[in-house]
Design a binder for this molecule. Structure first.
Ligand SMILES: Nc1ccn([C@@H]2O[C@H](COP(=O)(O)O)[C@@H](O)[C@H]2O)c(=O)n1
Ligand SMILES: C[C@@]1(CO)OP(=O)(O)OP(=O)(O)OC[C@H]1O
Length: 172
């Protein structure tokens, strides 16, 4: 369905990944699965399970772009059946998502993401994360964080979640 005149379009996404188990960490050459979150490596923090690097912030940002442009979702664009996506970096997922959205006739306007989790403490690295994600997406990406007050799976530190919204505009 088309609007009679071009409108910006909003999108939404939620992503969640469990922290890697002790068994998964034991298999890693470093003895611990590294945490990649919001495009950044977090030394000393336990990583996330997933087919890719499990970067919930980058994934939610990418899928919000797909949602806004009507390009399906993360799974329909980057399925776990794709061997080349095994261990894929979140910034790669986000930059490829932005390319797909542009090819479909939309320009990314902005993306807002909120990380939900007890740790890592995100705020001290917010600007660094926003810089790298904005570069990957080709539009401003802002990231906030909340703990969920120790409630739920994020509160029990079983994993991390992120929710994102995005705005895209029809290319002129
Ligand atoms: N992983 C996190 C979670 C939160 N923050 C910062 O703390 C502030 C207060 O957290 P609440 O759970 O009480 O909302 C929040 O606004 C963030 O600035 C963080 O840095 N990392
Ligand atoms: C990114 C993909 C593909 O490698 O793998 P996961 O790391 O499992 O991440 P998820 O957020 O579940 O999205 C599905 C897949 O598209």
């Amino acid at each position: 369905m088309r609007t009679p005149y071009p409108l910006p379009r909003t999108g939404i996404s939620v992503d969640a990944h469990a922290f890697a188990t002790d068994e998964e960490c034991a298999l890693d050459p470093a003895g611990m699965v590294p945490l990649w979150l919001a495009g950044l490596h977090w030394p000393g923090e336990r990583g996330l399970s997933g087919h890719s690097d499990g970067d919930v912030v980058a994934h939610a940002a990418a899928e919000a772009l797909f949602s806004a442009a009507g390009c399906g979702d993360l799974g329909s664009n980057f399925g776990v059946d794709r061997p080349d996506m095994a261990g894929a970096a979140g910034v790669r997922v986000l930059s490829e998502a932005a390319e797909i959205v542009i090819l479909s006739g939309f320009d990314p306007g902005n993306i807002a993401v909120q990380l939900i989790g007890q740790r890592p403490r995100f705020a001290p690295r917010r600007e660094e994360a926003e810089r790298i994600l904005s570069k990957a997406a080709g539009c401003p990406v802002t990231v906030s964080a909340t703990t969920s007050d120790r409630l739920g799976f994020t509160g029990r530190a079983e994993g991390l979640a992120a929710v994102a919204t995005a705005l895209v505009v029809p290319a002129p």
